[in-house]
Ligand binder design. Structure first.
Ligand code: FE2
Length: 140
């Protein structure tokens, strides 16, 4: 089931929120591709998703620096999120389309939930700091 970005998921910065929206949209699209078992599109989408994740990590880190936020533990959360995406990509590639609807859906739900957990829980401390700055604050 798709999850839409809502204001409740905001971390208090426009650049980061739009990256989060984009990532959620990509994971929703992945859910569709896994459902229809389009393996080459899945591989492409994971490649793109990984690029967007890395770009988002870099932008967020530079915004965190601009607001003097200690980024080390948040950075670890990014690494663990990337590991999880890469594991799922590897698992799905190894199965080459031979997954059940339930299994495919479950794996995509885990990725969606991982993103939402990152936005809501793992970004909570960053949000507290960002809320004291302009929503339009740009990376340095
Ligand atoms: Fe983050």
């Amino acid at each position: 089931m798709d999850i839409s970005w809502t204001k409740q998921l905001s971390v208090g910065n426009r650049v980061i929120d739009s990256a989060h929206k984009e990532l959620l949209g990509m994971v929703n699209r992945m859910g569709y591709l896994v459902k229809v078992k389009d393996c080459s599109a899945i591989a492409e989408e994971f490649k793109l998703l990984e690029e967007r994740l890395r770009a988002y990590f870099a932008v967020e880190e530079s915004i965190a620096q601009a607001v003097n936020f200690h980024f080390a533990s948040h950075k670890l959360a990014h690494q663990s999120m990337l590991d999880q995406f890469q594991r799922t990509r590897g698992d799905l590639a190894a199965m080459n389309g031979m997954w059940s609807d339930d299994d495919g859906e479950k794996r995509c739900c885990i990725l969606r939930d991982r993103l939402v957990k990152h936005f809501k829980e793992e970004s909570a401390r960053l949000k507290l700091v960002l809320d004291t700055h302009l929503y339009d604050l740009q990376p340095g």
